[in-house]
Design a protein around this ligand. Sequence first.
Ligand code: GDD
Ligand code: MN
Length: 401
Amino acid sequence: MQKIVIVMPSYNEADNITRMIEELFIKEFPQIKDAEMHLLVVDDNSPDGTGKIVKEKMEKHENLHLLTGQKQGLGWAYIRGFKYAMDKLGADAVMEMDADFQHPPRFVKDMVKAYSDGADYVIGSRYIKGGSVPRQWALSRKAISYFGNLFIRLVLVKPKLHDLTTGFRLMKVKGVLDKIDLDNLMEPTRFAYKVDLLYQCIKNAKKTVEVPLEFAPRTKEQSKFNPKEMISTFKVAIILGIRDKKRFIKFGTVGFTGYIINAVALELFSGTAIASTFASFFTVLKGTVLGFIAEPSAWAAGIAAELAIINNFTFNNIWTFKAEKIKGFFNIVRKFLEFNLAALGSVVIQFVVIGLMVVLFGDTRLIRQLGILVSLPLVLSFNYTMYNLFIWKTWKLPWRK
Ligand code: GDD
Ligand code: MN
């Protein structure tokens, strides 16, 4: 049986917490047959006595837990809660949920069902069919929530997900939450931690699923969300968005230096003794189809290309993929050979593209040079994909562990 711990931070929720505990333990949990449900309230010593109420209720409900501490903000409350759920309660999955009934308890079972059906990350979404934001919300509030979300979707390039700021989510511990460095989440004192956590969970998860959530209006009191929280949320999204593109920019820069080295080395080596020495071993081939092997410039081109490959491998390894740096002599040799194999792919792409263009439009310098330009996006995407999938392995294939 899977153990699922709902981590519920509370600050001055005395008006809500009793009913919340009752609804979960008496109405909702008994309906969930395929998981053992626990509730962990993380109360930051609420002056209104929320923690005391939970403590009393714990006598009645065995699966109710309380973690208290100093108020350090929402992110830290969750981080403490997650750690406790994983280390002390042995959770298989944890949920994020608010105590103020904005996440109606009846939606818990839908989240658990998605998990039981194989999702390792479940997002309670207000912006898919069946989900909603409170009808009472003013148009301006609805617009801020909707466009804020849209903005984050664009910045993070997550068009397939619809709610990136929701506070109602479920994550599997093994492979998703336990892979995250919780102590170094961005903006842990704020609501913005949610975007960083979401981003990392999506990366780790093999199957992310959105489940409709009808976000309810707040019962009493004021929301703790404010413009400051909103700005920091956008900030986190932008930093995460750029961080990923940064790798691509570095990759492009290294590729460009490789290109320069290739071009310069070709001119430097053609006409040198090295190139003509290599070529001279093959003078017998002159006049045959393999005659190019006897050409010093062909050897110069080969040397130049290999120098560019060495340059690209080295700088991608120590710069573009710094965090995944390949170390150790034998590893480096093996990866370098694989890298050369990948480079062969670009040769094939250019061979086919330029070959086809020459056949279609005639063999002129213009067409050949255009051919290089047309191949470029293909070569770049091909290389970038190869590096991320096979060389430095920053992307994982869904069917591979
Ligand atoms: N322990 C602890 N410490 N709990 C806190 C703190 C804190 O510093 N700040 C807030 N909480 C608790 C509240 O008691 C409530 O249970 C929950 O965290 C959410 O706080 P709200 O103040 O109700 O947040 P909200 O309604 O504005 O924001 C909700 O919706 C947003 C999306 O519109 C949250 O679910 C956000 O996570 C979500 O992004
Ligand atoms: Mn709320």
